[in-house]
Write a protein that binds this ligand. Structure first.
Ligand SMILES: Nc1nc2c(c(=O)[nH]1)N[C@H]1C(S)=C(S)[C@@H](COP(=O)(O)OP(=O)(O)OC[C@H]3O[C@@H](n4cnc5c(=O)[nH]c(N)nc54)[C@H](O)[C@@H]3O)O[C@H]1N2
Ligand SMILES: Nc1nc2c(c(=O)[nH]1)N[C@H]1C(S)=C(S)[C@@H](COP(=O)(O)OP(=O)(O)OC[C@H]3O[C@@H](n4cnc5c(=O)[nH]c(N)nc54)[C@H](O)[C@@H]3O)O[C@H]1N2
Ligand SMILES: [Mo]
Length: 829
């Protein structure tokens, strides 16, 4: 069976229905450049997707040393051959003519080309000067969730033990620091309890602030296929926008922004009231249930309805769904993580599972979802605010163990205070204590909150900024040294998706010009800095991706994220493999906590927990007395209103997020013609009632203003909650006419002109999803629709008013059921 489908018009393609507890049929999606026939492909090179956290396995088609297409890998359990629109078309950006091909340094105010020796020499010289004059605390590293494991591990070693700085964090701080924190609070340690295969078995799937359809389109295909098959699951969607998830939900709750904790406490109240509690599980595996019961006692559905502005009856229905589930799967993402009570809310979702005993069985699991493709690796390797291998910085024996692995003295590794979160690093740079900031694989001049402030921090003369990227981004424009990096497909490495599945992604083609893999750049720096271990040997003993992976395995040994059973060879040809993978679990581990809670013991846990209101760290003694046996911790939380509420001047709530066709700041997806055409410019979503009150209509130019700044975009009238505005955060300035951010008070187009410098006290994740804003009509449109897609959450409330989004013939993708793939083969694996 084969079909050809316009995958811009139909992002999820054709259905392959299957029933509950059956295995998901394969469907191989292939997209080849126009004019290239399948038999003209000379090599297919194994890789995995880097445009979301799904880890969709794929092969890159190569002809004459060029990438000419991609196809999904049927044998992989994550995607069974399917690919989403960004993966089908996004690879084309690699060959874009404006890739960086040479290092740049700033001379007389201008960035000019130079050779690698000059650029790296300057970076090393500045590092040495700063170490001599101001010490290790003057150097900071801000990295990504999009490099490979081997790269993060190398960076973590050179920053924490080479330079000896506590200032190393990832943009994962903006992304999934709450996922990690919520797992630490409930289970003592990071590590996803559930598994994507749980989608096959669940009878109820609850999505909290997660637009799965647009942000992990392949797992949404899985849900759609189950909805079309026998014994379909019932969905609960908690999202203030009419996402595709909401449209398919049995119960959709569209709460006011920032009220997740109130809603979740009401759901917990109902579960307790109806005694839908698994008392045996609670007694055997948890502490803290009694406190939860008293905390939620007064959190009735009526109470929450007033706060969340959703009907009481809907809250009851949602509680009934969760209470009646025999296999409950929950997912959590940015609608929860990017708000003021992020960790407190995410932990309440864990509590629903603990109270209902919904863990460790097929279909019963929680996915504190990741966003970026390699965010899990940033966390594991300690390139974010944690120590490598989920070691606890407050536990001296963990620090000593890490020092043993690195052959350094424990005091070499900064652990006098928690590693510095990204927002605090920018604050230190603003105040002048950080004097060098090395930014790799992230574009903070578009993605951090309150951009006018971020631009002024990065533009300071006294701050030496290094930017390592594929393109001359808005951030690179502000750098002192720009290092051209090789992209996915041009380098080899491993990545771990949101359900702990490790994939190998191999080099298919050469990088353009002088661009080099991030690993080589970090190794070059370490060599120039001559970092040494305590015996005078080299601190970093590896030289390529595979030897870096082997070094990481030694660091992971005996820790929860144990990789010792994996090798590059084992990852070739087969499906990805889930950690922990070691002697005890040589084929990997589908689900954690199948026989109780493993890693919350005081001697093992990654964290002793924090106060959910203040973020204050608990001490070892407190944790030991609360949880001596290392059970799961049920942590209750009180609802607190958002810090910024609408008022007369700023009557709207404002939230920001994604569309299915673009990735973040669009450095890749805007350079893929099909994707860019589907959503070429920024827009602003408002409800029909709010548009009418303003006298505005589809396509009119409107301005969104907050106390931080302003932006302008065309209006899209959708079924969004009344009183709520939505702006996609994908649009910066590199592809505008001016090519840079507007000066002074001129309105921009980046969503983050308007967002606030504020964060969840526990995870330190910034609040991209709660602000108060004003909306005003600037100018009537010319009857043309807003440049927003019609296919998903941004669909117009009056479909006939807007031409549908399509990609035309160039967006046709082949769907084929692969006869070579036999499901029984996987069962036997
Ligand atoms: N197409 C695409 N896919 C991506 C990415 C991308 O850029 N584009 N990025 C990847 C990354 S790094 C990430 S982190 C993920 C993010 O994936 P998601 O979290 O699914 O995406 P968002 O659009 O940021 O936010 C999800 C939803 O949160 C809702 N929301 C906003 N405020 C609230 C609230 O107060 N409560 C609740 N319950 N919901 C709220 C929004 O309406 C939105 O639909 O996507 C990954 N996948
Ligand atoms: N308003 C608002 N802001 C947000 C969010 C939101 O929902 N709303 N979401 C937040 C979230 S969840 C995230 S994850 C961030 C994302 O924010 P960013 O990380 O800033 O976004 P990207 O555009 O993915 O930037 C990645 C950069 O790395 C480069 N790159 C890609 N691959 C490589 C590589 O292999 N090596 C190197 N050296 N460079 C590479 C790309 O060209 C790009 O410039 O944005 C956050 N900001
Ligand atoms: Mo993210």
């Amino acid at each position: 069976m084969g079909a050809s489908v316009d995958r811009i018009a139909r992002p999820w393609g054709t259905r392959t229905p299957y029933g509950r507890h059956e295995s998901w049929p394969a469907r191989v999606d292939t997209y080849l450049e126009e004019g290239v026939e399948p038999d003209a492909v000379q090599r297919w090179v194994q890789a995995a997707s880097v445009l979301h956290s799904d880890g969709d396995a794929m092969d890159i088609a190569v002809r004459d040393g060029r990438m000419v297409g991609v196809r999904g890998r049927a044998q992989d359990r994550v995607n069974r051959g399917r690919l989403g629109p960004k993966d089908l078309f996004g690879w084309q950006a690699n060959a874009s003519s404006d890739r960086l091909t040479s290092p740049l340094i700033r001379r007389d105010g201008r960035l000019v080309e130079c050779d690698w020796d000059t650029a790296m020499g300057r970076v090393a010289a500045r590092s040495r000067d700063l170490l001599d004059e101001r010490g290790p605390g003057s150097v900071g590293f801000y990295t990504s969730g999009q490099l490979f494991l081997e790269e993060y591990y190398t960076l973590a070693v050179l920053a924490r033990a080479g330079i000896g700085t506590a200032h190393l964090d990832g943009n994962t701080r903006l992304c999934t620091s709450t996922a990690a924190e919520a797992l630490k609070e409930s289970f003592g340690c990071d590590g996803q309890p559930g598994c994507f295969d749980d989608f096959d078995h669940a009878d109820v799937i609850a999505l909290f602030g997660h637009n799965l359809a647009e942000t992990q389109p392949v797992q949404w295909m899985r849900v759609l296929d189950r909805l079309a098959g026998g014994d379909p699951p019932r969905l609960l969607c908690v999202d203030p926008r009419p996402t595709p998830v909401a449209r398919h939900a049995t119960v959709h709750l569209a709460p006011r922004l920032g009220t997740n904790v109130a809603l979740l406490n009401a759901l917990l109240h109902e579960i307790v009231r109806m005694d839908r509690v698994d008392h045996d599980f609670v007694a055997a595996h948890t502490v803290g249930f009694g406190e939860l019961v008293s905390r939620v006692e007064r959190c009735t559905p009526e109470w929450a309805a007033g706060i969340c502005d959703v009907p009481t009856a809907r809250i009851r229905e949602a509680a009934e769904l969760i209470g009646s589930a025999d296999r409950l799967l929950s997912t959590v993402l940015q609608g929860v993580y990017q708000s003021h009570q992020a960790t407190a809310a995410a932990v309440q979702v864990n509590n629903l599972h603990l109270v209902r005993g919904m863990l460790g069985r097929p279909g019963a699991g929680v996915l504190q979802m990741n966003g970026q493709p390699t965010a899990q690796n940033t966390r594991e390797c300690g390139a974010d605010g944690d120590l490598p291998g989920f070691r606890n910085w407050q536990n001296e024996s963990h620090v000593a163990d890490l020092a043993r692995v690195w052959n350094v003295e424990p005091r070499t590794i900064p652990h006098y205070a928690p590693p510095t979160p990204a927002m605090q690093m920018f604050r230190y740079a603003e105040q002048g204590s950080i004097r060098m900031l090395w930014i790799s694989g992230t574009n903070p001049a578009v993605s951090l909150p309150e951009l006018s402030r971020i631009r002024s921090v990065l533009a300071q003369d006294r701050l030496f900024v290094v930017v390592q990227d594929l393109f001359l981004t808005e951030t690179a424009h502000l750098a002192d040294v720009v290092l051209p990096a090789a992209a996915w497909g041009e380098k080899t490495g491993t990545l771990t998706n949101a359900d702990r599945t490790v994939h190998l992604s191999e080099k298919a083609v050469e990088p353009p010009g002088g661009a080099r893999p991030d690993l080589d750049i970090f190794l070059d720096y370490a060599a120039r800095m001559d970092f040494r271990d305590k015996d005078g040997g080299p601190l970093i003993t590896w030289h390529d991706p595979e030897s870096a992976f082997e070094a990481w395995k030694r660091c992971s040994a005996g820790r929860p994220c144990d990789y010792t059973g994996l090798t590059y060879d084992r990852l070739r040809g087969t499906s990805g493999i889930q950690w922990p993978c070691d002697d005890e679990a040589p084929d990997g581990t589908s689900r954690l906590y199948t026989d109780g809670i493993d890693w919350a013991h005081p001697d093992v846990c990654e964290s002793y927990g924090k106060d959910l209101v203040t973020g204050a760290e608990s001490e070892a003694v407190e944790y030991r007395s609360l949880n001596p046996d290392g059970k799961a911790v049920i942590k209750a939380a009180e609802y607190l209103p958002p810090h910024e509420m609408p008022d007369e001047e700023h009557p709207f709530q404002l939230t920001t997020g994604r569309t299915v066709y673009h990735f973040h700041t669009r450095t890749k997806t805007a350079r893929a013609p099909q994707l860019n055409a589907a959503a070429p410019d920024v827009w602003v979503e408002a409800s029909a009632a709010d548009a009418a009150a303003l006298g505005a209509a589809e396509g009119d130019l409107v301005e969104v203003e907050t106390p931080r700044g302003r932006l302008r975009g065309r209006l899209r009238v959708t079924g969004i909650r009344e009183g709520l505005l939505f702006v996609p955060f994908h649009y910066g300035y590199w592809d505008t006419e001016a090519g840079h951010a507007p000066d002074g008070d001129t309105p921009g187009r980046a969503a983050n002109e308007t967002t606030v410098t504020d964060w969840d006290p526990v995870s330190k994740q910034p609040l991209f999803k709660t602000a108060a804003a004003a909306l005003r009509l600037v100018e009537r449109g010319d009857g043309k629709a807003a440049p927003a897609p019609t296919t998903a959450a941004s669909a117009p409330s009056r479909p006939d008013s807007v031409p549908p989004t399509t990609g035309g013939p160039s967006a046709a993708v082949t769907h084929a059921a692969d006869p070579a793939w036999d499901d029984r083969a996987e069962d036997a694996r």
